[in-house]
Design a protein around this ligand. Structure first.
Ligand code: RRO
Length: 308
């Protein structure tokens, strides 16, 4: 079966990428994904200008049906990832940036603009875990302001990573803002921010930062992820592609994301659980579903979700 996609000028031979944050902080991790036949491209860990150690551990815990994290943006610094993107990879790279201020984001994007990087850039507007820095994408006016500033000079393909929204009016409002800009893509969703897990044995939270509050990922968040992909596909200009992220553990989950309109699929928590072999399993499971339904190409089913 045929599984491919295109975002702006970037062609993906396959469907799967890692979700930013998982298996992508170091060159070795990124190389391992790049070498995997079932991986179509790689996203780098969201970068700040300076490298950061991140929050104290434990800061990522696997739960029965997903994960909770408050990593706190540990990363090697922007230059490391730009250098990776410029020198090493054979498959598409999405450079993720998450400055701690608007000015910091503009500095990194200026460097990308002035470099020879010809891949996709993704502005992470949804980091839930830096204390004192609310998620930009929950402030609609601030989101419009930063995109206005960015697109005044940035001419390369640029997408945004969004947090989940939970109200139809918010989908309307955010989509109306995003449609004002020539975005290459929207990546939906980041973790569901500031969940909490309780271990009944220890009677304690399970991660140290923020007294246990952290972003929830994995199977727990699949319905929210599907809703966000579907809601944005129904509202965004067709030229804005969608990266479906959130809650994928099986080929059926991938199939659901595709029906909702995802162009490519990112896997985070389940990549952390299973390692890079997850991509072969998901590919085979999706292919089996498509075979059984007589689909030859995902283009035949993408966005074709039925309603009752
Ligand atoms: O590093 C993190 O704590 C983190 C980030 Br930047 C993000 O975008 N999403 C997330 O779940 N954790």
């Amino acid at each position: 079966v045929k599984m491919d996609a295109q975002i702006a000028n970037v062609k993906f031979d396959g469907l799967f990428i890692n979700a930013s944050g998982v298996h992508c902080q170091l060159n070795n991790d990124l190389d391992e994904l790049q070498a995997n036949t079932f991986v179509a491209g790689t996203v780098t860990k969201s970068a700040t200008l300076a490298s950061r150690p991140g929050n104290p551990r434990p800061r990522y815990v696997d739960l029965a049906h997903g994960s909770i994290n408050s990593m706190g943006l540990p990363n090697q610094g922007f230059d490391y990832y730009l250098n990776y993107a410029l020198t090493r990879p054979s498959k598409p790279v999405i450079l993720s940036v998450a400055g701690l201020s608007v000015a910091e984001n503009l500095k990194m994007l200026t460097q990308i603009q002035e470099s020879s990087f010809d891949g996709l850039t993704e502005l992470n507007l949804s980091c839930p875990n830096v204390i004192g820095k609310p998620q930009l994408a929950y402030d609609f006016q601030a989101t419009e302001e930063i995109l206005t500033a960015v697109f005044s000079f940035f001419k390369k393909p640029l997408g945004v990573k969004l947090p989940p929204y939970f109200d139809l009016v918010h989908f309307d409002q955010m989509a109306a803002i995003l449609n004002k800009f020539p975005l290459s893509h929207v990546n939906s969703i980041n973790s569901i921010g500031n969940g909490l897990w309780v271990d009944p044995v220890t009677e304690s939270v399970v991660i140290k930062p923020k007294n246990g509050f952290g972003g929830v990922g994995g199977a727990y968040i699949l319905p929210t992820a599907l809703a966000n992909v579907r809601a944005f596909r129904m509202r965004l200009n067709p030229a804005i592609k969608l990266i479906g992220t959130g809650g994928v553990t099986t080929g059926a989950d991938v199939f659901a994301h595709l029906l909702c309109g995802a162009d490519i699929i990112a896997v985070g928590t389940q990549l952390q659980v299973e390692g890079p072999l997850v991509f072969e399993r998901l590919t085979n499971e999706l292919a089996a579903i498509m075979d059984e339904k007589n689909y030859q190409d995902i283009a035949e089913l993408r966005g074709k979700l039925k309603t009752l």
